[in-house]
Design a protein around this ligand. Sequence first.
Ligand SMILES: [Zn+2]
Length: 233
Amino acid sequence: MALSLSFDDGRESQVTQGLPVFARHGAKVTLFVVPSAMERRLEGWKQAVAAGHEIGNHSLTHSCSGNFPFSRQKALEDSTVARMREELVAANARIAELLGVTPRTFAYPCGQTFVGRGRNTQSYVPVVAELFLAGRGWMDEAPNDPAFIDLAQTTGVEMDGKDLAAIRPLLDDARKTGAWLVLAGHEIGTDGRQTTRIAMLDELLAYAKDPAQGIWLATVAEAADVVARRQKP
Ligand SMILES: [Zn+2]
């Protein structure tokens, strides 16, 4: 099985709290960033790149459904496929400018893949398929079957707030079928909302790095490259 750890939004705790945790296990993760969020701690994000972590795209403005009050003024219901395309291209350019790397993978803000409403709803998955090797969802239930998945809709399972006991069944399930489990989180710390626990990460990474467990720990792009090669007709 393959396991990828991913973190969204470019939150500060990912570099202040997360980088030391990943370093002590020699683990590489994927950080899906909103470029403006990185500007406060740019040095930390540059360190993340230097340490070999993957930087992915998480859009420029983090547009979600306007049903979320924070997204009412930038609602996906009011957006278009063309606007999303522009935004994702612009975010890649800004990330390249700030960090010198161009993202090859994307995480859908709020895991939402649509624009418009009702009969005029469209999907922006085709744009993600065109621009990126893979697009990761959020709050999904199952790991990815490498033989079948559409990389543009790679699943992402929440790890925020969970302890290793809650993650273990997901690993056992993925191991049984040779699947690729992509875990997704936000803050990294000891407690609090939308926070992946440091204690869980320490346990999980020690477990995943034990050769006896048969887990390939890879960034989203590394694992997606293998899936893409395998799926090539
Ligand atoms: Zn997000």
